[in-house]
Design a protein around this ligand. Structure first.
Ligand code: Q9C
Ligand code: ZN
Length: 682
């Protein structure tokens, strides 16, 4: 049971709605909840979750965030006449009351707390609560933006109070700024709040100065409030992933939360009339996956917005299926972030570089900061395009809802997740399946090379990538100097103190390896660990887990013969178990941060997901190579990306253990690694 996923839902929360005409509120409908839940039931996902009953939050719990006066005022709403409800509503912004909303709001808080209880006690691994009303806009003494009580903020305070949680990470991927959450924790260093939001230089609701990137938190909480304002609509998967790779994930790993709460709004997905963004529903599988190994896997997602019922239901399914541990879909076409997204990322990184060691070498604030300020001040550059406000809204809304996108491909839930080929005398790790000759008359070690090749073939046949071309990402971890020519397809990364330096290692994984891996979009990942690599077991597990975000999880891991103690932890990671928390990461060595930053800047001309600034950097052309300016996997002859963290070359290494996710984990006695190279070498 410890690995199970909670689903919390109660039909009662569909039993309130807007009772009068209000164009600002008409999108917040009960069907948001019913379509989401029905999609989970229809897809069989609900049946795989543990269903936890909701409960009503107590006054004491609501008061963890809200004032007594406000609670008492809301308590009276069930007895108000329609006219009184309308009057009561008018003191707040973009929200409506209904005789049953107070009851539902208490259930929404209670559902969030049930989730925290089950995850914090270890009864369940993670979970999602489908709730109405949402919470992240509501404040100590105010309802706002369809929100009555701040579900997630209360959950964070509750976790601190009842479980002694020292650090909570709140990730708000809703397209609106959860200003209520920001106000609640602005001066609190124990809660790190990250929010991206449609901002458009303050022209978008809730039009607050404090939603901009320079609101970093106050006093002891300085550095613990991270705002990524989107100043244009149409942000897509690349833009969202860039914010994760270059802002959220490095900081989150450095912060090392004991619990991750997600303000899971899906109005940032394509088709949503509020967000007008272009991210496809499957991006939420990746956002979820990338967060799932923080806090030892303790992740609670609580529904916030999401107003396109089709997009909402698909996005909820992607999130829940990922929480359940199924392999994540192939990341859709990642063309790299747009200039406006990069400007935002650049601004956030420089605003936060004095607080976080991982950002210390972020670029200086952009020169264009001035233009940003100017645009904000004048607010005029859109003149001529913008007509009557109301009309604009209507057209925009209509446009968004007509957008169509392909239904996300059906995700597999493989019967065999991890197969192993083991050397003699090694027991099969729990949950894995032996691969290769298993009958007693088969020679035990006879053809391990053949078995490895057979395994790769099996993985490849299972799921060809969409180009029907096998692209291999080879990640080699070693203590030796790299050999051979550097190129966009051969990237040696050297750390001063080797792979044993967890902070530096994770910096390289999050800021370099993952963006390249996602953009490369391989069909299979080959992860090979050389002799005495020095990488800590837990760090290795994070690497193994994170790399399963690409190639539909097809990962072939090769371990050294004499490192048998690593077999079980590696198999566990391949099976989808959460990696252990690494502890707050200490300061990275300044030399390493600088070297990695330099490498990132050199490579960003070729790998757009490595970009962190909108400025055009001088193109880097390593001697003797002619990099393609345009990354076209069909035209590119080289199909092998080799990212080597602390130099490599295995020619002399004898490999024993190999493990592959989705149909495979091989332990191959005596296989020289270079023989396993799949596809043409560069
Ligand atoms: N075009 C949440 O997503 N503004 N709240 C409506 C109508 C209010 C969003 C303007 C949006 C509130 C939880
Ligand atoms: Zn929202």
């Amino acid at each position: 049971m410890a690995m199970a996923t909670a689903l919390i839902y109660d039909e009662e929360m569909t039993k309130y709605k807007l009772l009068w005409v209000d164009p600002a509120c008409k999108i917040e409908v009960p069907e948001r909840l019913t379509v989401s839940h029905e999609a989970l039931v229809r897809s069989g996902l609900a049946g795989r979750c543990v269903s936890i009953p909701v409960r009503a939050a107590t006054d004491e719990e609501v008061l963890l965030v809200h004032s007594e006066d406000y609670l008492e005022a809301v308590k009276k709403t069930p007895y108000m006449s329609l006219e009184d409800l309308m009057t009561f509503t008018q003191q707040y912004g973009d929200v409506y009351f209904h005789p049953n909303i107070y009851h539902c709001a208490k259930l929404a808080v209670g559902a969030s707390l049930q989730l925290v209880d089950n995850v914090m006690t270890g009864r369940l691994r993670n979970g999602m609560a489908l709730v109405r009303p949402p919470g992240h806009h509501s404040q100590s003494s105010a309802a706002n933006g369809f929100c009555v009580f701040n579900n997630v903020a209360i959950a964070a305070q509750y976790a601190k109070k009842h479980y002694g949680v020292q650090r909570v990470l709140i990730v708000d991927w809703d397209v609106h700024h959860g200003q209520g959450v920001q106000y609640c924790f602005e001066d609190d260093p124990s809660v790190l709040y990250f929010s991206w939001h449609r901002y458009e230089h303050r022209r978008f609701w809730p039009n607050l100065r404090e939603s901009d990137y320079d609101s970093v938190g106050r006093e002891r909480g300085a550095g613990f409030n991270i705002n990524v304002p989107w100043n244009k609509v149409g942000m897509d998967n690349s833009d969202f992933l860039a914010a994760f790779f270059h802002v959220l994930l490095p900081v989150a790993y450095e912060f090392c939360p004991d619990l991750v709460l997600v303000c899971a709004g899906f109005d940032s997905a394509v088709g949503d009339p509020e967000g007008n963004m272009c991210a496809t529903p499957d991006v939420f599988a990746h956002l979820t996956h990338l967060l799932m190994n923080l806090a030892g896997g303790k992740l609670c997602a609580v529904l916030e917005g999401g107003y396109n019922l089709t997009s909402l239901a698909q996005s909820v399914c992607q999130t829940v299926q990922t929480l359940l541990g199924d392999p994540v879909p192939q990341p859709a076409e990642l063309g790299g972030p747009c200039g406006s997204a990069l400007e935002s990322v650049h601004c956030v990184r420089s605003a936060h570089r004095r607080f976080w060691s991982c950002l210390r070498h972020a670029a200086d604030p952009p020169a264009s900061q001035l233009s940003t300020e100017r645009r904000k001040a004048s607010g005029k550059e859109n003149n001529g395009e913008e007509g009557d406000d109301e009309q604009e809204e209507e057209t925009e809304e209509g446009r968004a809802e007509q957008v169509s996108w392909p239904e996300p491909p059906r995700r597999v839930s493989p019967p065999v997740r991890t197969a192993v080929v083991l050397p003699d005398g090694v027991a099969c790790p729990d949950g894995s399946t032996p691969f290769g000759p298993q009958r007693s008359h088969d020679p035990p070690t006879a053809d391990t090379h053949g078995r490895c090749i057979a395994l790769v073939e099996k993985m490849v046949k299972n799921e060809m990538n969409r180009f029907n071309v096998l692209k291999t990402l080879l990640v080699q971890i070693s203590r030796k100097e790299p050999e051979g020519q550097k190129s966009k397809h051969r990237i040696p990364v050297c750390l001063k103190e080797g792979c044993g330096d967890t902070a530096g290692f994770m910096q390289a994984v999050l800021g370099l390896l993952l963006p390249v891996a996602y953009e490369f979009d391989p069909g299979v990942v080959l992860l090979a660990r050389g002799p005495d690599s020095g990488v800590e077991e837990g760090t290795w597990q994070h690497l193994t887990c994170l790399l399963q975000g690409v190639a539909l999880g097809h990962t072939l891991v090769l371990l050294q013969e004499n490192e048998r103690a690593s077999i079980s932890p590696t198999a566990a990671s391949l099976l989808g178990n959460p990696a252990p928390s690494l502890g707050p990461l200490g300061a990275r060595l300044p030399d390493d941060v600088e070297a990695l930053e330099r490498l990132r800047r050199m490579l960003q001309a070729h790998w757009k997901l490595l970009q962190t600034t909108e400025a055009a950097w001088p193109s880097f052309c390593p001697t003797g190579t002619a990099p393609h300016t345009q990354h076209d996997p069909m035209k590119s002859r080289a199909r092998l990306v080799q990212v080597s963290i602390k130099p490599v070359s295995f020619t002399s290494g004898r490999v024993t253990a190999a493990a592959a996710r989705v149909d495979s984990c091989v332990l191959v006695p005596r296989l020289p690694v270079h023989a396993v190279t799949v596809g043409p070498a560069p």
